[in-house]
Write a protein that binds this ligand. Structure first.
Ligand code: F6R
Length: 615
């Protein structure tokens, strides 16, 4: 949510910052802007409402002087509508300091009132502009920008990443973070800042992970980190294990489509290196002892959106393999219901970005109640794994399309691994059973590839639905979260009314929605579970009898489904608990192709942002 870039070094700061914003645009695209520090005594700012292309046009029409220090921002609006004045960067009265911000400053109304009482003129409706004025007051009184930032941060409540420049100190960029992401890119004679490493990956793969409540000062020569009180602080250095090609579309029209097709690789990578030489499962960072795992008597999974649906699938696997009760809860709701937690409850936080504010606050609440927290996360160095007791990293690589796809599949893999790990430690499954399931998991990349090989059939189906106003999705058991996820994908990128239902629940109300030719996508469980399969067939017959057009996803060779399917998409034969790994793929392809046919921007759907860092 909001992308932030900073640069100091020998290159054109405008080029570096605008390129960085292009790679971060998925985080917000309500407006974009840059601030450059050149020869003059004012910071030069260019900003424009709308996508980055609008800013690029402004810069092409009215070129600005070349500068070597700069900051930039791509916005997902919180305070104030997405117009030019509210676009970042913001400046103080003298235009000496400019600042960009991600997050929400909760006490901004007080700060603003105090500034206005002191005759400051604020020209935007944002909370950020108050910070520009406060910083400018500090530097005008003789402090350097680093001290100014430390002092101002102590006045702020809420979550923020701030990055600022001072026209009178042209070789310095200063940033601060609290509850909001920021990473430093370390180059040779140049330094970078970004909300994530994609901002600077084409220049350096050496990064610094900043801690909570830290201020960082960047010059060409190096980086200095302090806390808000000015005391020296440590930042952790790491090497980014993917390169620029991972952040490019690679011949596809959308990042989302590229990411769907990367899923066999992403799933395979997420399974790599999970077994010890003795064949036992191991997790990435397990700061929980075997005794602590054995004492777990309840698991609560917290997550948002697509990650929440991964959690719903996990419930089926964990309860079946580990015999431990599992609750799955939206992280935004978790804190407010006063959940019953103690040291024997394991809280599992699933987050692709590792920065989702609702999930972060939920894990803090859980830890305050003495529960252990295990994170499932795709982003190295992000806040959620840092604040957890244990981590399973997924290896999807950067997910840039706003709609999550490979993030979801790799979260499923991590959930299966977690379930098997708990089963191994608690002894609820025999070693050979665990080994057999691991083998089945290892076969999944090929199965996913076979679904992708049939993409044209799904694309044809999607293109037949450009005039559709509503689509329903049905599933049972582990296929139910898949139905929910299929509906979410369609809402997000095709802006269609779409709903997912548990097939057995239809007759309790939703069946009233069925009308002639309404498309209903049905996720049919494998036949291994005869009862489940039969019950699903009944649900499909019920909607078809009322005029629905049924598009059934069923395993190859399932002849029983044929009479009830207006369209049949074949899935590979896989175990019922693992079926979500293949059954969700046609639903992703369907949404991507339908949104494309409708002329929507698939990677940057309206009103959304990739990483939701505000509650
Ligand atoms: C849907 C989507 C969102 C995210 C949700 C959680 O396609 O991307 O629903 O799944 O915002 O994000 P993370 O997993 O980063 O916590």
């Amino acid at each position: 949510m909001c992308g932030i870039v900073g640069y100091v070094g020998p290159r054109s700061a405008q080029d570096v910052v605008v390129d960085g914003l292009r790679r971060l645009e998925y985080r917000g695209y309500d407006s974009a802007g840059i601030a450059l520090v050149g020869e003059g005594d004012e910071v030069v700012v260019a900003k424009k409402a709308g996508k980055l292309a609008n800013l690029e046009k402004v810069l092409a029409d009215e070129p600005v002087e070349v500068a070597h220090t700069g900051i930039g921002h791509t916005r997902w609006a919180t305070h104030g509508p997405p117009n030019d004045p509210n676009a970042h960067p913001h400046r103080g009265c003298a235009s000496r300091v400019a600042v960009v911000h991600n997050g929400i400053i909760e006490n901004f109304a007080d700060l603003r009132a105090r500034l206005e009482a002191d005759d400051h003129v604020l020209v935007s409706e944002t909370d950020t502009e108050t910070v520009a004025h406060l910083l400018e007051m500090q530097v005008a009184s003789g402090e350097d920008l680093t001290v100014a930032m430390q002092r101002v941060c102590q006045m702020l409540d809420g979550a923020f990443t701030l990055v600022a420049v001072d026209a009178e100190d042209p070789d310095r960029v200063v940033a601060a973070r609290r509850n909001s992401p920021l990473v430093v890119g370390v180059g040779e004679g140049e330094m970078f800042l970004g909300s994530d490493v994609a901002a600077f990956i084409e220049h350096t793969r050496e990064a610094l992970e900043l801690g909570q409540d830290q201020v960082v000062t960047l010059t060409r020569e190096g980086v200095e980190v302090t806390d808000f009180a000015g005391r020296p602080a440590e930042a952790t250095r790491y090497h980014v294990d993917w390169d620029l090609s991972a952040a490019e579309k690679d011949g596809h029209d959308w990042f989302m489509r590229k990411e769907i097709f990367e899923q066999p690789r992403a799933v395979a990578d997420s399974l790599l290196g999970r077994r010890t030489r003795e064949g036992l499962l191991q997790l990435d960072e397990m700061r929980l002892s075997d005794d602590e795992v054995r004492s777990i008597d309840k698991i609560i999974i917290i997550a948002a959106g697509t990650s929440f649906y991964a959690g719903l699938v996990a419930k089926y696997a964990i309860e079946h393999w580990c015999r431990v009760p599992v609750e799955v809860e939206l992280s935004s709701e978790f804190r407010y219901r006063d959940p019953i937690l103690d040291y024997s409850t394991l809280v599992v936080a699933i987050s692709q970005s590792g920065e989702t504010a609702d999930t972060l606050q939920a894990i803090r609440h859980a830890r305050a109640q003495r529960s252990k927290v295990l994170a499932i996360c795709n982003t190295n160095g992000s806040t959620i794994p840092r604040e957890s007791d244990a981590v399973i990293y997924t290896h999807a690589g950067p997910e840039i399309g706003v709609a999550s796809t490979k993030g979801f599949l790799t979260q499923l893999v991590a959930c299966y691994l977690l379930a098997l790990y708990v089963a191994q430690v608690k002894g609820t499954r025999f070693g050979d059973e665990i080994a057999e399931i691991l083998q089945q998991l290892e076969a999944m990349p090929d199965h996913i590839q076979s679904v992708l090989d049939g993409a044209e059939q799904v694309y044809d189906l999607a293109r037949q639905h450009v005039d559709t106003k509503s689509v329903l999705f049905l599933g049972r058991h582990a296929g139910y979260p898949v139905a929910l996820e299929g509906a979410l994908k369609l809402k997000e990128i095709a802006y269609l009314h779409a709903e997912g239902f548990a097939a057995g629940e239809l007759k309790h109300g939703p069946i009233a929605l069925i009308e002639q030719d309404l498309p209903v996508l049905c996720v049919v469980p494998p036949r291994g579970r005869d009862q489940l399969h039969e019950k699903m067939l009944s649900g499909i017959q019920e909607v078809r009898a009322r005029g629905a057009r049924t598009i059934c996803l069923a395993e190859a060779g399932d002849e029983r489904i044929r009479p009830y399917a207006d369209e049949l998409v074949a899935l590979p034969q896989v175990p019922v608990l693992l079926q979500p790994l293949v059954s969700v793929v046609p639903l992703q392809l369907f949404a991507c192709e339908l949104a494309t046919a409708l002329g929507h921007d698939v990677d940057q759907p309206r009103n959304l942002a990739k990483s939701v860092t505000v509650e």
